[in-house]
Design a protein around this ligand. Structure first.
Ligand code: 13P
Length: 311
């Protein structure tokens, strides 16, 4: 047995002994996706966190995802394998600044993307993910004014799809911000049969040029059902593992970022986790997510509204 198989064996024994589950986002490294009890997009991971009977959740994702699991399952112990796994988008919306912004528009309700801290969720009326955002926004009466936070690219995209004029917080994800129209057109030119598929956190011009726009799970579903054979994928590179695994006959090319030397279509936070850290997390019971009770109670309401609406 090689060292990888030994480590996987140890992880398996520990998760059984401790009645733990490992939840992983599609942006994790392939080795983690392969050992996870469940791999999914942020909506499915929220659902799994709320439903699981496990005593312990080890969350291989970024901080807001582990916090979300804790908010939805406060009686469970939730661990994140690397505490530094933050999220540039969540961090682009600090609580105090957002509180002041919200106070300037008291007649607006707040829809926030789940990529926010618990503090922002506690100031939110209803959360959404990129999978259910259109459905959530369309469930709100047309005359109701809305603040949408924190991703301005997703917000602009939602405004264009729903015909709303939501007020947008000026946040962005460091991975999706790096894709440019110019680079996309150049790569499409060199792969004339390829289709461009993009996550709605990409900038507007990239989304306009895309053949398909959707959340990670929507992109996966699209490539499984579409008749094409080659795709340029404008989102975090971890998703390519599932795409290739489920469609071995098709070709998937990571979209080039503005600076091709920066490796920026890897999320530097998502990619902090590895198998050793998952083992350590289970073994040493670290790093535990603990949130203020009052914030958790407040943050749970908009999440439950979202889960009810997108059941
Ligand atoms: P999904 O909702 O598609 O999982 O997106 C998560 C995310 O963080 C994108 O940056």
């Amino acid at each position: 047995m090689n060292s990888h198989d030994i480590l996987v064996g140890q992880i398996n024994s520990l998760r059984k002994e401790k009645n733990a589950v490992i939840l992983a986002h599609y942006y994790q490294i392939p080795e983690i996706q392969e050992i996870a009890d469940f791999v999914g997009d942020s909506l499915d991971l929220s659902r799994k966190s709320a439903e699981t009977n496990a005593d312990i959740i080890v969350f291989a994702g970024v901080n807001f995802m582990a916090e979300t699991a804790k908010i939805l399952s406060p009686q469970k112990r939730v661990f994140i394998p690397d505490l530094e796994a933050g999220c540039s988008l969540a961090e682009s919306c600090p609580s105090e600044e957002f509180r002041k912004f919200r106070e300037e528009y008291p007649d607006h309700m707040v829809v926030s993307y789940v990529n926010t801290t618990a503090g922002i969720k506690a100031m939110t009326d209803i959360t959404c993910t990129s999978t259910n955002a259109v459905q959530i926004i369309e469930s709100i009466p047309k005359e109701q004014k809305i603040i949408f936070a924190p991703d301005r690219n997703l917000g602009n995209y939602l405004n264009s799809i729903t015909g709303r004029n939501m007020l947008l917080w000026n946040g962005a994800c460091h991975v999706h911000e790096e894709f440019s129209l110019e680079k996309m057109l150049a790569i499409l030119k060199s792969h004339p049969k390829a289709k461009l598929i993009a996550h709605p956190e990409c900038q507007g011009p990239v989304l306009i040029a895309a053949d398909f726009v959707g959340s990670t799970s929507a992109l996966l579903k699209f490539v499984e059902t579409d008749g094409g054979s080659e795709y340029i994928v404008a989102t975090e590179s971890g998703i390519l593992h599932q795409m290739r695994k489920r469609n071995p006959q098709k070709t998937f090319i990571p979209a080039p970022p503005i600076d091709s030397t920066c490796g920026c279509n890897d999320c530097r936070f998502m990619k902090l986790h590895d198998l050793q850290k998952i083992f350590d997390s289970l073994n040493e019971e670290k790093f535990e997510i603990n949130l203020d009770m009052e914030i958790m109670e407040k943050a749970r309401k908009p999440m439950q509204r979202m889960l009810e609406l997108s059941a």
